[in-house]
Design a protein around this ligand. Structure first.
Ligand code: FES
Length: 518
């Protein structure tokens, strides 16, 4: 089995029974904030895109690059489609001209021509990607590979049960706006960022240990940030609170915990993977490449500046009545939302500035009032969350009729945020569900989830606790760690106060716990 690195989460898998291109991403995503690093735009995409199968793991724009798919990927390719609750991924691919779809069933092995076997595990909670994230398992002639991508299954048992895996590709770096955009003192941001960076690595080690594959490939990030406003997010300043460590840092940290089977794929690197081993060739020396990261980034920054400028020029639509349009789009959804509206539980304020981000003068302030089911002007009130961003960005979201503000505005990091109290997952869940189909799905999911009886227990230290994490059902007998009276679930790092059962990380999500020997 041959694996060609094509940048970020993308790779091409070649076997004698056919080829699969995964998640090709080249054009900047999220308001021109994220670019793939190292630059993969000079690869021979005409050839790479001439494939038998296409796998797009999910709709996040660093995995689903519509312009690139449209221009470079053969429309003769059969799409290996994850089993998602909404048809949006299929619809968008059809719009780009793809007509052949293999609609997989989650966790079921499908045998394709020539003995090529694949399985896609689809994760479908409202917090998984843009309502859906997935991993691809491939087997051919006894060689097995898991492209876990940036998906976070509770464990990897389903894949491990299919036989020993030879190549395991997974995410290790950050892909979120926390804590950088929060209006916090720098020292607090560094402390939170460091915690997050450590947790990302811990989670990665846990997955690696779960699967025990022969070779581990760090993929799916980090992106690079080439706009002057976002340049500070690149991990080139020795900041221990930076959540975007690169592949060379992964190799160092992995070695420190005893890992010696890591393989970095640069765009153009080729690994020949077999049952007995792996040989890899690179287009340039990997260590040297990362040693000169700053220089590579500076060069990319100059090369891509015209692209960023052109994108920025397309955002402004001052004729749009932002308040009126948001009222029209959001109020019917507020009306229908039960769980998410209750979960947010208060007004959320948006301050719009006259720039392309959170700096500049505030020219309009509005409130999405979840209890009042209204979008209205801000009335000098206390709010639970406050976001500050350029009015132009929201104008553009309205212009595009964007139904997922996480997969556009929030991932752009072109905003700042402040909140009172804990993280509230419902705020972000709601703003990724600004369409009838998504809202209905998410509300239904929460409805089932809330009613689910968590009957099974596990024992951790002196405590008997419900076996499944109240967040996304991670098995706490594997992911739970108790220190004093606090339980931490290592899958996403959520903390619970055991005596009261209260979730310390987010609103709601109480855990059932009892002291075993009081
Ligand atoms: S499943 Fe997310 S913190 Fe436990």
């Amino acid at each position: 089995m041959r694996i060609t690195g094509t940048g970020h989460a993308s790779m091409r898998i070649d076997t004698s029974a056919g080829s699969i291109l995964c998640d090709p991403w080249v054009n900047p995503a999220y308001f021109a904030s994220w670019f793939p690093f190292p630059d993969n735009s000079l690869l021979d995409w005409e050839t790479l895109g001439d494939v038998d199968y296409l796998y797009v793991s999910h709709l996040h724009r660093d995995h689903f690059d519509a312009a690139h798919l449209s221009r470079f990927v053969s429309k003769k390719a059969t799409v290996l489609l994850p089993e998602y609750p909404t048809s949006q991924l299929e619809d968008e691919l059809r719009e780009l001209g793809f007509t052949k779809f293999l609609k997989t069933r989650s966790n079921e092995v499908h045998e394709l021509d020539g003995g090529l076997k694949i399985m896609i595990q689809a994760l479908i909670s409202p917090t998984d990607g843009p309502i859906g994230d997935s991993s691809l398992w491939v087997e051919h002639e006894g060689v097995r590979l898991l492209n876990q991508n940036d998906a976070r299954p509770t464990d990897l048992t389903t894949f491990a049960e299919l036989g020993h895996v030879h190549g395991h590709m997974l995410q290790f770096s950050g892909a979120i706006w926390y804590p950088m955009v929060y209006e916090l003192p720098e020292s607090a941001k560094t402390a939170f960022g460091k915690q997050k960076r450590d947790r990302q690595f811990d989670r990665t080690w846990r997955y690696i240990d779960d699967l025990k594959a022969d070779h581990v490939f760090p993929i799916a990030g980090p992106p690079c940030f080439l706009d002057d406003d976002l340049w500070k997010f690149n991990d080139i300043f020795g900041d221990e609170g930076n959540i975007f460590p690169d592949q060379s840092v992964f190799m160092r940290e992995y070695a420190a915990v005893g890992g010696n089977n890591g393989i970095v794929l640069l765009p153009g690197s080729i690994t020949e993977l077999s049952e007995s081993g792996a040989t890899t060739t690179h287009p340039v020396d990997v260590d040297e490449f990362f040693a000169n990261k700053m220089q590579h980034l500076e060069e990319m920054r100059s090369r891509k500046a015209p692209i960023i400028a052109a994108e920025k020029a397309s955002w402004r639509h001052p004729e749009i009545d932002v308040l009126g349009e948001l009222k029209k789009r959001i109020e019917p959804l507020l009306e229908e939302s039960i769980y998410m509206a209750q979960g947010v539980g208060g007004p959320v304020r948006f301050d719009f500035t006259d720039t392309d981000g959170p700096t500049g003068n505030i020219i309009e302030s509005i409130v999405v009032d979840f209890p009042g089911k209204q979008v209205r002007p801000y009335a000098d009130e206390k709010v639970r969350y406050r976001f500050k961003t350029g009015r132009a960005l929201v104008e553009h979201l309205i212009h595009l009729d964007e139904g997922d503000w996480v997969n556009s505005l929030f991932l752009s990091c072109r905003f700042s945020a402040a909140r009172i109290g804990q993280y509230n997952e419902f705020v972000y869940a709601f703003f990724k569900c600004l369409s009838e189909e998504r809202l209905q799905y998410a509300e239904g999911w929460y409805d089932e989830h809330e009613k689910a009886v968590e009957a099974e227990d596990t024992h951790l230290g002196d405590w008997t606790v419900q076996r499944r994490c109240p967040h996304l059902k991670a098995d706490l007998s594997r992911f739970g760690i108790v220190e004093g009276n606090t339980l931490t679930c290592q899958l996403h790092g959520w903390k619970f106060d055991l005596p009261s059962g209260r979730c310390l990380t987010s609103v709601g999500h109480k855990i059932r716990a009892e002291k075993t020997n009081p």
